[in-house]
Write a protein that binds this ligand. Sequence first.
Ligand SMILES: [Cu+2]
Length: 104
Amino acid sequence: MILRLLIVMLFLSSNAYSASPVVVGQKDKAFTVETINIKVGDKVRFKNEDPFFHNVFSLSDTAFFDLGSFPKGEHRDITFDKAGVIDVECAIHPSMKMTINVKE
Ligand SMILES: [Cu+2]
C-alpha cells in the first residue's frame, strides 16, 4: 500500500516538473542558450525578446517544426516526444542556431 502511494506521488511530482517549460529566448538576433538537455515529454518555450520578428524552425527528423513569425513578447511552446538531437534555426536570421538534446 505504502509503495503504491509512493509511486503515485512520484508520478504526480514528475508531471508537475515537466509542466514548467524550459525557456529559450531570442535576443539580439541570437538564441539565449546554445544547447539544452531535456527529457522526452519536456516542454520548451521559445520566447521572442527582440523588437522584431523571429521564425524558429527545425528540419531535424527527431522534431520537424516551423513556429512561424512571431513578434516581441510572444512565445511558442513545443513538447518533445522523441529522443534525439534537434538543430534549431531561425528562418529570418541564418546566423541563429541552437541545439536541443532530448534523452529518454
Ligand atoms: Cu530570428
